[in-house]
Design a protein around this ligand. Structure first.
Ligand code: UN1
Length: 489
């Protein structure tokens, strides 16, 4: 039987409180009558209190030695590892990705916290020589103040961790507005940090609607904004911040291509393309949503692909043998399905597999959609627009060079995958593909905590995330020209 719904709380200034807004019901997208958590949304008063608490907590937190802040993050990582199985099940129930992916995501959040915990033991600035005798130039990195963090549903704990961990590590305080479809895992991450000894007010959690996110981003007490989500919302937030001259970093949409070149290892490529397109039900900004196959191997590869996609086991993400769960909501499922149906009415669009919801008793009520592959004769909205669901659009390329051209044929530039061992093609790919993340012989998704992550073109705005790149956004620098008044004797 299903566990009783968990009572939701907001974290405002170190206190767990009920929100001042409307009722919030967190449903399992695989079984919509099952409530995962219940509570109330945050309201405007909660927002003002959270920002005020973050501003009040900032000087003390910034003054705490960096390695001591790091110890708190490391203890929070230990809490996550201890809870990984239990919270992973909760993640699967509220978001819909498989149990293995969900537990993996909780562990990944712990790794991210550990990386940023250790930043306190690494160099914290630079020293330059001066052309003037007796002078030294230091570049000091300082925290910026109150950071607003706005996160999407699709990585309920992974993405928040990779924003909140560096924000806190570098000495900032945070007010966080997660997607209201995944409130429980948001509460769990906040609980882990509180249990680890985070001082009151350093992190506040406001589970609210998009209007609370927009009000947070524009709040007079906020110094910087980090957002991951759709390109439409990201551009709106960039415009709001632009008017305020407020730095914002956004990680937005993707339409990531996998290119299977003439010499590709097709067995490997089909595994990686299926994983990239259909893990997390295609709901990753790094998901593979375009596939380009060089003509010479297209027939053979597409036959393999259709066979593999047909065999995917779709169902409740907590069932041990299930490989793909539902979308986040029935509305999301209906939108993605409608986009495919409309596409199939246009010339040059052919269904290879999938496209339909399920009608059997086990899946008819959940937000399920069959994994879908469509072939396109040329340009089409299914080639250009991000759907955020289990849909892969295929085009054939005349040759390998044409395949790489088609990878760049997108307004987005988050990630790409190229399947080949040909050094000439790999060199061309690394030098010409306009993407933030490039995989040679692996799928388009994935992001290690210690290296930069983020996209080109409409996929991202502002500094990259994770690894050392995060320091650029979560700190500001002071360049210090340093001399003793009497010179050095
Ligand atoms: C990953 O591919 O593991 O929303 C991370 C997203 C990205 C993160 C992807 N911001 O899908």
């Amino acid at each position: 039987g299903a566990a009783a719904p968990v009572p939701l709380r907001q974290l405002v200034g170190g206190r767990w409180v009920s929100g001042a807004g409307a009722e919030l019901v967190d449903r399992n997208p695989a079984r919509p009558d099952e409530l995962v958590a219940v509570g109330r949304l945050a309201g405007r008063d909660d927002l003002d209190a959270a920002v005020a608490a973050a501003a009040a907590a900032f000087p003390g937190w910034a003054a705490m030695p960096f390695p001591v802040r790091g110890e708190i993050l490391a203890r929070a990582a230990d809490v996550l590892v201890g809870k990984a199985d239990a919270w992973g099940v909760e993640l699967a129930r509220e978001e819909g990705k498989t149990r293995a992916e969900s537990v993996g995501e909780v562990r990944r959040a712990a790794e991210i916290l550990r990386f940023f915990a250790a930043e306190g033991l690494r160099p914290v600035g630079e020293v330059f020589a001066s052309a003037r005798p007796g002078e030294q130039i230091q570049v000091l990195h300082r925290p910026v103040g109150v950071v607003a963090v706005v996160t999407p549903f699709n990585f309920p704990i992974g993405i928040p961790a990779w924003k909140i961990a560096p924000a806190l590590a570098y000495g900032n305080t945070v007010v966080w507005k997660p997607a209201s479809t995944v409130p429980l895992l948001a509460m769990r991450l906040a609980e882990a940090l509180v249990a680890a000894g985070l001082p009151d007010g350093v992190l506040s959690l406001l589970i609210g609607p998009g209007s609370v996110g927009a009000a947070l981003v524009e709040h007079p007490g906020v110094d910087r904004v980090s957002f991951t989500g759709s390109t439409a919302v990201g551009r709106d937030l960039i415009a709001r911040c632009g008017r305020l001259a407020r730095p914002i970093q956004t990680e937005m949409g993707g339409k990531n291509a996998a290119a299977v070149l003439a010499d590709a290892n097709l067995d490997l490529a089909v595994d990686e393309v299926v994983a990239g397109a259909f893990r997390s039900t295609g709901q990753k900004c790094t998901a593979t949503s375009r596939l380009i196959v060089t003509d010479r191997v297209a027939g053979e590869f597409l036959a393999l692909l259709v066979e593999r996609v047909t065999a995917l086991r779709v169902g409740d993400p907590l069932d041990a043998d299930v490989q793909m769960g539902p979308l986040i909501t029935a509305t999301a499922r209906d939108d993605v399905r409608a986009a495919v149906e409309q596409g199939l009415r246009r010339p040059g669009v052919t269904l290879l597999v999938g496209g339909e919801p399920y009608r059997d008793a086990r899946r008819a009520d959940g937000a399920f959609l069959a994994p879908t592959v469509v072939e396109l004769a040329g340009d089409d909205p299914l080639w250009r627009e991000e759907l955020f669901g289990p849909v892969l659009a295929v085009r054939r390329a005349r040759d390998d060079a044409h395949a790489l051209e088609l990878v760049n044929d997108s307004a987005f530039g988050l990630s790409a995958a190229v399947f080949t061992d040909d050094l000439r093609a790999i060199t061309a790919a690394t030098q010409t593909l306009d993407v933030g993340v490039l995989h040679i012989n692996s799928e388009t998704a994935g992001a290690d905590p210690h290296v930069p992550f983020g996209g080109a073109k409409q996929s991202g705005f502002g500094p990259k995330e994770q690894g050392r790149a995060a320091r650029e956004f979560y700190t500001t620098t002071t360049t210090v020209y340093l001399r003793a008044s009497g010179g050095v004797s």
